[in-house]
Design a protein around this ligand. Structure first.
Ligand SMILES: Nc1ncnc2c1ncn2[C@@H]1O[C@H](COP(=O)(O)OP(=O)(O)OP(=O)(O)O)[C@@H](O)[C@H]1O
Ligand SMILES: [Mg+2]
Length: 270
């Protein structure tokens, strides 16, 4: 483990549940998406991945999910090597990936169906998480009858319902307006305070990353490598407004913007 990784894991204050070692991925056709990625994700914490478009964030999430095989390196979850998808990991996709022909309830319960859980229990769990994300009354609607924000809530409820320890979230709030997004962020932090989950969260928003995370990982331009790990734990502050107004939050946002700007400048010089 690099010093940087060890330091971040220590500052986040808990053991890693997901450990990524030496991951490289080259797609057929020759695109080198990732190279030599080492990362530790501490248990019960939210880690954000930030980096330029195309640097391999979604690729890394898919590898952790076991949906894609790396060319080199390995992923361990709770000490066990990942060889495919598993019930302890749930994926919230960039485009929701809802089943268009299924109702909200069925979509939320879908992961449970795959786990072989009884119909009565599925209904009960689905009802609970539909309420948690504020969609009570929409149980029998189909995805095309919902707004983009509501569809994202269904995706979040589905991920929470499968009771996975690890949530892999790929820009889950990207398609909604700013007010809805802030509400989602607060809802997510609330859900995480009630149910201990380890979250790996991809976003393009520096503010969102700093607000939600215990640590922010900056990836370099393609091929994605870890260029910096920034401990950001602001959760000790009492309210969302206090966090967003705190000097530490504002300074961290500006520091990260300074680092990302560097990549943009390098791009222009090339
Ligand atoms: N199935 C695929 N086959 C070939 N190349 C791919 C495939 N999926 C992704 N890539 C390429 O790999 C690189 C990394 O893609 P990836 O989707 O992981 O980036 P990203 O960081 O998630 O980008 P964004 O921020 O735009 O979502 C890109 O250059 C992309 O074109
Ligand atoms: Mg992506």
């Amino acid at each position: 483990m690099s010093d940087q990784v060890a330091q971040a894991a220590q500052s986040a204050g808990s053991d890693p549940i997901v450990r990524v070692t030496g991951i490289s991925k080259r797609y057929e056709g020759g695109v080198q998406a990732l190279e030599g990625v080492d990362l530790d994700f501490p248990e019960g914490r939210l880690t954000s991945l930030l980096g330029p478009s195309g640097c391999g964030k979604t690729t890394l999430l898919k590898i952790i999910a076991g949906l894609l095989e790396p060319n080199a390196g390995e992923v361990q979850v709770a000490g066990r090597r990942v060889t495919g998808p598993g019930p302890e990991r749930a994926f919230v996709f960039q485009d929701f990936a809802l089943l268009p022909w299924a109702t909200v309830t069925r979509n939320v319960a879908f992961g449970l169906e795959l786990q072989g859980i009884s119909k009565a229990e599925r209904r009960e769990k689905a009802r609970h998480y539909i309420r948690e994300v504020g969609l009570t009354g929409f149980e029998d609607r189909y995805p095309h009858e919902l707004s983009g924000g509501m569809r994202q809530r269904v995706g979040l409820a589905r991920a929470m319902a499968v009771d996975a320890d690890v949530l892999l979230m790929d820009e889950p709030f990207s398609a909604v307006d700013e007010q809805t997004r802030r509400k989602f962020q607060e809802d997510l932090l609330h859900l995480l305070s009630v149910e201990k989950k380890t979250v790996i969260f991809v976003t393009h928003s520096i503010e969102e990353a700093v607000y939600l995370s215990s640590q922010v990982v900056l990836l370099s331009r393609r091929p994605g490598r870890v260029s910096k790990i920034i401990p950001t734990d602001l959760g000790g502050l009492e309210s969302p407004d206090a966090i967003r107004r705190s000097k530490r939050y504002l300074d961290t946002v500006e520091d990260i913007w300074g680092m990302l700007k560097q990549y943009l400048l390098e791009d222009e010089i090339k």
